[in-house]
Write a protein that binds this ligand. Structure first.
Ligand SMILES: Cc1ncc(COP(=O)(O)O)c(C=O)c1O
Ligand SMILES: N[C@@H](CCCC[NH3+])C(=O)O
Length: 452
């Protein structure tokens, strides 16, 4: 029997004898519809997870993360695939990506320390940041990270000054190819006029390269760009290749240096609702890899080693957020279903207007669907998790709701707003669940305030 996991869930028959295995994006591939009407992920019923860990809570399917990491490695066996830890990081996550052979992109001393604590090989760490603090840089140098990505001309001498005489640090330089891509202006980083990188246009990037090459303690190994996030097509990456290979050729012609690496960043879109587009690793490998080879041949360059940095694509579809309904309010022509989380654990609808799928789990309902607004518990009207989603009209306080595609940029962007405490993260795999990150308690929150 096959039951669809579309955003408007079909009525589930409580008498259904079998589990359905027809998981569809945006749910993890292991998602099953149980006869009770509940869903299971990684072999564990979501209602059991809510009982055990409380709500709001985040569930991450370990096998989904691993499978998604492997998909990029299989499509690009010769490339460096660095998981962008900003999407979601925990010590278990660090171990999973390490075991799958990925590198790790980090952007603070905190992320560096977490990775080191989890035993991640320093040589596979890449440090990013438009404003790296002295502590970030010192931590990176102390750990011996593989690459530091220089983001601005001013950073060159600052970094070089921290490197002991006789040592060299491998670096890339982040350049801006002038490619507009990404789902929202806040995450479009491939264009001029935003804070990241050094523009190719106008020769700024070429000047930065010349300065780096003039620093004996810096070993420039390549160019980096990151175009933006939630990019649904391949054309922006192809355009970036067409703009960066000529820069590689210019560097060779001007300085006699052939840079061996080209990092094209991440940004690969995932579906948040059924039917939304994504990027397929093999299609990326064929199209972007092919473009790189052709452009290098045109300029007589050896093909540099490609690096990519997927974050959302690996973690996002592996995560499910769980909430209990606290109140249902009918007012005017709207129904507000308020849950026990909100913009403090998922700021994305408020920040970027992202639209999510929400599903009743834990019980079956044959009530007709009704369009509702799922809101959080925070003190502002913009604290909306999902607008215009259909839930059964008998939805009531105490019901359990699940939101898929919640694995990236939820927990990592969670805030302390209203002191509700950040949610826990539990991993599921093969019918077992384990806590990865515990809930932030009132005692945690109180202890930060020293009462002065
Ligand atoms: C430098 C860099 N690399 C990789 C990523 C990962 O992006 P995404 O999670 O969209 O793949 C980001 C964030 O957008 C980034 O800033
Ligand atoms: N935080 C953003 C993406 C930015 C990615 C980081 N460079 C999101 O939630 O979609």
């Amino acid at each position: 029997m096959s039951l669809s996991l579309a955003p408007v869930p079909p009525p589930l028959s409580p008498s259904a004898a079998d589990e359905s295995s027809a998981a569809m994006p945006p749910w993890p591939a292991s998602t099953r519809v149980l006869p009770s009407g509940d869903l299971s992920v990684g072999g564990v019923a979501l209602a059991r997870l809510a009982d055990r860990f409380g709500t709001p809570a985040y569930v991450i399917d370990e096998q989904e993360v691993r499978a998604r990491a492997r998909a990029w490695r299989a499509a690009l066996p010769d490339a460096e695939v660095a998981y962008a830890g900003k999407a979601f990081l925990s010590r278990a996550m660090v171990r999973w990506v390490e075991e799958e052979g990925l590198s790790l992109d980090v952007c603070s001393a905190g992320e560096l320390e977490l990775a080191a604590h989890a035993g991640f090989p320093a040589g596979r760490l890449v440090l990013h940041g438009n404003a790296k603090s002295p502590a970030d840089l010192r931590t990176a140098l102390r750990l011996g990270v593989g690459r530091i990505v220089i983001d601005s001309t001013g950073e060159i001498a600052r970094l070089a000054a921290l490197i002991p005489a006789g040592s060299r640090q491998r670096v890339l330089v982040r350049v801006v190819p002038g490619v507009e891509a990404g789902a929202h202006t806040s995450v479009r980083t491939g264009v001029e006029g935003q804070k990241f990188g050094v523009p190719v246009a106008g020769g700024e990037a070429a000047d930065a390269v010349a300065r780096i090459l003039g620093q004996p303690r810096l070993d420039l190994v390549g160019l980096h760009c990151h175009l933006g996030s939630q990019i649904a097509g391949l054309v922006p990456y192809v355009t970036a290749v067409r703009r960066l290979v000529p820069l590689l050729a210019e560097i060779r012609d001007r300085h006699g240096v052939t840079l061996p690496e080209l990092d094209l960043g991440g940004g690969f879109a995932i579906p948040y609702r059924a039917g939304e587009p994504t990027v397929e690793p093999q299609a990326y490998a064929d199209r972007v890899g092919g473009e790189l080879a052709r452009n290098c041949a045109r300029f007589g360059l050896p093909v540099p080693r490609l690096a990519i940095e997927p974050g959302r694509w690996i973690a996002g579809p592996a995560g499910v957020a769980l909430y209990h309904v606290l109140s249902v309010k009918h007012t005017g022509d709207r129904t507000f279903v308020a849950v026990d989380g909100g913009m403090s654990d998922n700021p994305r609808p408020a920040l970027y207007g992202v639209r999510y799928t929400v599903r009743l789990v834990g019980r079956a309902s044959t009530a007709a669907p009704r369009a509702v607004t799922v809101v959080g518990r925070h003190c502002e009207a913009g604290d909306i998790l999902a607008e215009g989603v259909e839930l059964p009209s008998d939805i009531r306080p105490g019901d359990l709701l699940a939101v898929p595609a919640a694995g990236a940029y939820h927990v990592s962007m969670a805030s302390g707003y209203n002191l509700v405490g950040r949610p826990p993260v539990a991993a599921v795999r093969d019918g077992h669940a384990r806590l990865l990150v515990r809930r932030e308690t009132l005692a945690d929150l109180r202890s930060r305030d020293i009462g002065a």
